[in-house]
Design a protein around this ligand. Structure first.
Ligand code: C5P
Length: 220
């Protein structure tokens, strides 16, 4: 069986991570959370006192952190210079700053290189989730899926994940981050022309997983 490359893109709160992990696990594929890589870069910048509102300052240090992603879907890991940062990259501070860091072209060039190397190394294939995987990182992916959901559904899901965080505050922060990610010059969040769009608003997680598994099977 040849390796199958699956790109899953969409805004936050559409179930991208849960879906991608489950599909990879069920189908024996590797899994890569590219948002975690941008968060790890952002965490390192914050940790080292880099002014993330200054693109030149960010670009100047982009090669310094060593970011390593473990691609086993049953236990994804991410380290920066050997330190496990899977917890610290989810703080509100990193979440608020990640869009500014990920908009810097030098950051994208470096992280895109890591992503392509991991995809090329996955013997059985890989599910890669993010914002620009189908459009920029892996334009020749065997299957491209673009997940969407209403803003209300996305905010409600994120608040649930954050255990009781105010839905209104979450909704505002999420809309702001999606707007920044969609309007930046460098590789914005966008649906590839050949991506299959799945609106998850009225679907359960299990239904979304089943839908994507079926789409992958059709390509295999
Ligand atoms: O998916 P997650 O919410 O963890 O992504 C965090 C941020 O990383 C996004 O808001 C976006 O700024 C950036 N990102 C990106 N390109 C990707 C994946 C994530 O710019 N492929």
């Amino acid at each position: 069986v040849p390796a199958v490359i699956v790109a899953i893109d969409g805004p936050s709160g559409t179930g991208k991570s849960s879906t991608s992990r489950a599909v990879a696990e069920q189908m024996g594929l590797s899994y890569l959370d590219t948002g975690a890589q941008y968060r790890a870069m952002t965490w390192w910048m914050v940790h080292n006192g880099v002014d993330v509102s200054d693109p030149a300052a960010v670009a100047a240090v982009v090669d310094k952190p060593e970011i390593v992603s473990g691609t086993d879907p049953s236990a994804p890991t991410i380290t920066v210079d050997g330190v496990d940062v899977s917890g610290p990259i989810r703080t509100p501070e990193v979440t608020a700053k990640v869009s500014a860091v990920s908009a810097v072209p030098e950051v994208r060039a470096r992280i895109t290189g890591l992503q392509r190397a991991l995809a090329a190394a996955a013997a059985q294939g890989i599910v890669v989730e993010g914002r620009d995987i189908g459009t920029t990182v892996l334009p020749d992916a065997d299957l491209k899926v673009f997940l969407t959901a209403s803003p209300e559904a996305r905010a409600a899901r994120r608040s649930g994940e954050l255990k009781g965080a105010d839905v209104h505050t979450t909704r505002e922060a999420l809309i702001k981050r999606d707007a920044a990610d969609s309007t930046r010059k460098a590789s914005p969040l966008a649906k590839a022309g050949d991506a299959v769009e799945v609106d998850t608003t009225e679907l359960t997680l299990l239904q979304v997983i089943e839908c994507v598994v079926t789409l992958v099977e059709e390509k295999r």
